[in-house]
Ligand binder design. Structure first.
Ligand code: NI
Ligand code: MN
Length: 232
């Protein structure tokens, strides 16, 4: 079994794990200005979807993709209830600190310091990070939108992760300096930076972040352009 992640810009991925397709934070074209033009809610296939929080840049295409594909949507209790009210049939509620074993691996929600209001103003519960222990033993941490939090050390103390997907955009989330510390806290072997350069207020130089991560933490940075993939 192998785990491969394909990046669609901003905070959106499709993970392929032994034939299962898992969409993370669905925000595709044309809503997502960073996504490849052909990657729309009409073209993305999914068996599962995991959503970190209710902001539009993480959930915009959730209903359309879930309705077309019939995938199971995993998120916090408030968000899956909201999605069910929008016509999404298959959902699985989780909440922070809790995990559940799905056919591809175990998904656990972690603390994220941020907001989670849904696009129509509904209450979206607390925002979360997403920790996935895939069946082949690969551990991936999607931090979601969050500031640096000392609780990230718990993930490192529990054995660390093969890959941490961390926001570096600053303004709404951690910036590059705090993302280096987050990578150290979770004991990441590799980091993919996300949530930058989508909008003017989150412009960052990912190459500068990669240098800083290597020099200060001796951790490898993998910079993916939208449309590119990483096999773990
Ligand atoms: Ni957000
Ligand atoms: Mn965001």
């Amino acid at each position: 079994m192998a785990v491969t992640l394909t990046y669609y810009g901003h905070a959106t991925f499709v993970v392929h794990a032994d034939g299962t397709r898992i969409v993370i934070d669905p925000f595709f074209a044309p809503n997502n200005p960073a996504a490849p033009a052909q990657a729309t809610a009409d073209t993305i296939d999914a068996d599962f979807m995991v959503i970190s929080h209710g902001h539009a840049d993480h959930i915009a295409d959730a209903v359309a993709i879930a309705q077309r594909t019939g995938c199971t949507v995993i998120s916090n209790f408030e968000i899956v209830n909201w999605l069910a009210n929008q016509g999404v049939e298959k959902t699985h509620p989780l909440h922070i600190g809790g995990g559940y074993s799905f056919p591809f691996g175990r998904v656990k929600l972690t603390i994220a310091h941020h907001g989670s209001g849904l696009p129509d103003g509904s209450y979206g519960g607390n925002p979360a990070g997403i920790l996935i222990h895939f069946n082949d033993g690969t551990d991936v941490y999607f931090a979601g939108d969050t500031g640096l939090t000392y609780d990230m050390k718990l993930i490192g103390e529990a054995g660390g992760v093969d890959l941490a997907v961390l926001p570096i955009g600053d303004n709404f989330t951690m910036g590059p300096d705090d993302a280096v510390r987050a990578a150290q806290f979770v004991q990441a072997k590799r980091v993919i930076p996300i949530h930058y350069n989508t909008f003017p207020v989150i412009e960052q130089d990912p190459q500068a972040f990669a240098r800083k991560l290597r020099e200060e933490a001796d951790i490898e940075c993998v910079i993916l352009q939208p449309g590119e993939s990483l096999a773990l």
